[in-house]
Design a protein around this ligand. Structure first.
Ligand SMILES: C[S@@+](CC[C@H](N)C(=O)[O-])C[C@H]1O[C@@H](n2cnc3c(N)ncnc32)[C@H](O)[C@@H]1O
Ligand SMILES: [Zn+2]
Length: 438
């Protein structure tokens, strides 16, 4: 068992080690750190049995070839970071290969370098079926609200919820692990066409509540329900009687839900310790449903507790903590806008003073919604998907925030012209990538 290391000793050792690497200064004789400046070789030596187990012989060989360029790198932190990235990519590749129904044209389109705003014309259920597993870092949408619009109609509420369930189920596979789904939906006033089919059978349908249950049943964790206060709303989402007696009064509905769900697929793959990069780690516990936490068992790790316990981490903390950098900071005023779970901002005004819809889409959501989702739950260059794209508000906001915006929309005939104009007006670009997916 090696000696106990306190935080200061580690920092001191690291400083010496980096000094040694850069200047070849002599390390004190009692230093624990290996004098071989090829730190990559050390990681491999300690991790080999675990690498072989996780990647198999072929994957291990592929890893060796992919890290070849790193063997000359003398900065230990870079070696640890790059080694970990390359290893994680191979693990992801292995996981993705388990799903056999991907469509090459579709995934090439999604992965190709272009303007960063991509439109896929088609049914999102079919598109999701063709996408690679865990290939999207955030999903944000506002689905059709049951029979609220002329372009999306169902026979009854159950058929609608069943269609949505299939899409949610498939999105669980496509969303990256430990990532987020933001689902904007309003509770509507309509007939469920189940028990009562007469014109009088309209009632308040709590779509938000139904969706929470469906998401949970499909594996997601329900995290938050932001109430979007829309102010005074002129719509038929209430049943206010003119009669001033008990049992006739109902409130005008002026809010919608922004439901926040996490995906935590329990993944027992070993991941490298973020401090020393080694795979000699043991399963520690599951601090949340679906999150596996690890403890570093490399006794020469640069960080050990006073009780000589190894660094504890999870794949999720590896992602989040490696992004604690100035460039990923969320603006303070933005954090303050979203500090409480009731948030007020205006809905999109579509109809001008002459009663004409100026936007070409009957149900766009305000950019505040995708902006919230994207700023709070992604980093630059990541992929954001809106499966019910509409006028592509999510894609536009994603692009503005330097993410890759991907939108799927079924009704090309109805919305293409206005939506493309919307993108051009907002982003001032014309090279929009489009794909028809039948
Ligand atoms: C509530 S709107 C989304 C509006 C969008 N958030 C915006 O800002 O414009 C829902 C959209 O989903 C589309 N849609 C309905 N079913 C679909 C499906 N199966 N696949 C893809 N899009 C679909 C509708 O045509 C409609 O444009
Ligand atoms: Zn370690």
């Amino acid at each position: 068992m090696s000696e106990i290391h306190t935080g200061n000793v580690i920092k001191e050792e690291l400083k010496l080690f980096n000094n040694y690497i850069h200047t070849k200064k002599k390390l004190p004789d009692n230093s624990k750190i290996n004098r071989d400046n090829n730190y990559l070789a050390q990681i491999l030596k300690i991790s080999k049995p675990y690498l072989l187990k996780e990647l198999s012989e072929t994957g291990y060989k592929e890893l060796l070839s992919n890290i070849n360029g790193l063997s000359k790198e003398t900065n230990t932190s870079i070696v640890i970071q790059k080694f970990s990235e390359i290893y994680c990519e191979l693990i992801k590749k292995k996981y993705r290969s388990e799903y056999k129904n991907t469509n090459k044209t579709l995934n090439d389109f999604i992965n190709k370098q272009d303007s960063g705003i991509k439109i896929i014309w088609g049914d999102c259920f079919k598109v999701l079926k063709g996408m690679e597993s865990e290939s999207i870092q955030l999903m944000v949408t506002s689905p059709p609200y049951y029979n609220a619009r002329e372009y999306s109609q169902w026979n009854n509420l159950d058929e609608y919820l069943q269609d949505m369930r299939m899409i949610i189920k498939e999105s669980y596979r496509v969303l990256d692990n430990h990532r987020v789904w933001i689902w904007n939906v309003g509770d509507i006033f309509d007939n469920d066409n189940l028990a009562v089919k007469s014109v009088w059978g309209k009632r308040r349908l709590p779509l938000g509540a139904y969706f929470i249950k469906i998401f949970e049943e499909e594996g997601f964790t329900f995290v938050d329900d932001f109430i979007w206060d829309k102010g005074e709303v002129q719509s038929e989402r209430h049943k206010n009687g003119n009669n001033p007696y008990p049992f006739y009064q109902y409130p005008a509905n002026c809010y919608e839900h922004l439901l926040v769900f996490h995906k935590h697929r329990l993944d027992k793959t070993k991941y490298p310790c973020p401090v020393c990069g080694c795979l000699k780690v043991n399963g520690n516990s599951q601090p949340e449903i679906g999150i596996q936490s690890w403890e570093c068992k490399n006794y020469d790790c640069f960080e050990r507790s006073e009780g000589n316990r190894g660094k504890r981490f999870s794949y999720k903390t590896n992602i989040t903590q490696s992004h604690h950098l100035k460039e990923h900071e969320i603006p303070k005023d933005f954090i303050s806008k979203w500090r409480k779970d009731i948030v007020k901002f205006s809905p999109v005004i579509k109809i001008n003073s002459k009663g004409v819809n100026t936007l070409g889409h009957t149900a766009p959501f305000p950019p505040d919604i995708p902006e919230f989702a994207i700023r709070m739950f992604t980093y630059e260059d990541e992929k954001v998907l809106d499966p019910f794209g509409g006028s592509f508000t999510s894609g536009i906001v994603a692009k503005k925030l330097n993410r890759i915006g991907i939108c799927i929309e079924l009704n090309e005939k109805l919305f293409r012209k206005a939506s493309i104009e919307n993108i051009i007006k907002n982003l001032n670009i014309t090279n929009i990538s489009e794909l028809n997916y039948e």
